[in-house]
Ligand binder design. Sequence first.
Ligand SMILES: NC(=O)c1ccc[n+]([C@@H]2O[C@H](COP(=O)([O-])OP(=O)(O)OC[C@H]3O[C@@H](n4cnc5c(N)ncnc54)[C@H](O)[C@@H]3O)[C@@H](O)[C@H]2O)c1
Length: 392
Amino acid sequence: MSNRPLNVGLIGGGGGAFIVQPHQRAINFDGTRRVVAAALHPDPATATREAAAWPYPIKGYESYDAMIADQAGKPVGERLDYALIVTPNFVHFDPAMKCIKAGIPVFCEKPLTVTLEESDKLVQAVKEHKVPFAVSHTYLGHWTTRLARHIVRSGLIGEVRWVDSYYLQGWLADKAEDSNNMQAEWRVDPKRAGASCCGGDIGTHALMQLRYITGLEVTRVRGQLETFVGGRQLDDHFTTYCQLSNGGKAMVRASQICIGHKNDLRIEVNGTRGTLYWEQEQPERLVIMLPNQPDRAYWRGAVSANDGFLGDLPEDLMAEPNIPAGHPEAFHDAFARLHRGFEADVRAYNDGKPFSNDGSKYANVVDGRIGIAFVEAAVRSHLKDMAWVDVP
Ligand SMILES: NC(=O)c1ccc[n+]([C@@H]2O[C@H](COP(=O)([O-])OP(=O)(O)OC[C@H]3O[C@@H](n4cnc5c(N)ncnc54)[C@H](O)[C@@H]3O)[C@@H](O)[C@H]2O)c1
């Protein structure tokens, strides 16, 4: 097998963009992937100018259409191995669909699309064209999130009764969109963000943590979308009460008006035998609470099998953390772990071999679609005075 680095093309990322930066660092993290091309901006001149000024050499394109068209007919090794889509929500569907049809694997930012109809089309297209497709749910990339998944899914805290999964921020507590904040400006516009600002932007992360760790689905939802900042069209506070597929219940909620909260993503899972919680701002630690026992804090890099609570641990999980505990991993490491998982599937795809794309190492297109279905169901419930609504 060739060890040449995979070639990645960026779609979006110019003009002071935010999330492209952690991604491009994570792509370059292991030396086995590298950014080689980009369509950085909707304005062609800006796109090529910014590509020329990128901190390392990349090929600039005037548009993502031009970048995708330029891949046609090129052999593996000369063409892009995957495209990273880091544009606002309303510019996910079109480039993603064009890449899929051109046989280019896609790593797309969340929320997947602005409508469920578009998400359904992407799911169908991925099925037909059989290309690896990742959705960027960052927090699945923490080693501790993977340990949490193992613990809950192997029944160590019993049957799940109740989950509280939330993501609280305070950066939209005032009208940031009126002060030239480019990230705020499109997020509060229904045409560019979708049916929900807060729910789509960060509620989908809270939902994905719940689904990834527990393996459960939200089957029905009661939703309340609030807008605390006057003059805003979309919600800045999103609360749902959920029915889970095993009969348990959950709250999945998010807010962008909670001053003082930065990226306060937290999940607590209450089972019949114990409780687990994990916090994004303390991402190296996973806490287990069992009846009549001292609480157990598991730190990445300092976990061993058969310790009186954990049984045997999956080999691939234990093979992973190679930096000693106490040298903290964080946000960029989580992104890198997602790209690493995706890289394995892309290499298999390039070699014409089966690839898993099963959601265990990164969220896939079906996960992305479920996020949109959940948000749209919450919006429908909100409009029906918080009636129960099925998540399709
Ligand atoms: N996974 C996470 O943790 C996370 C965090 C932040 C944002 N996001 C998601 O990432 C996406 C981007 O968010 P952001 O905050 O970085 O936005 P941003 O406004 O900072 O950047 C958007 C970029 O897209 C570019 N763009 C817009 N239209 C384009 C087009 N037609 N062609 C090429 N480039 C185009 C803009 O020029 C800009 O460079 C959103 O979908 C958002 O929800 C995810």
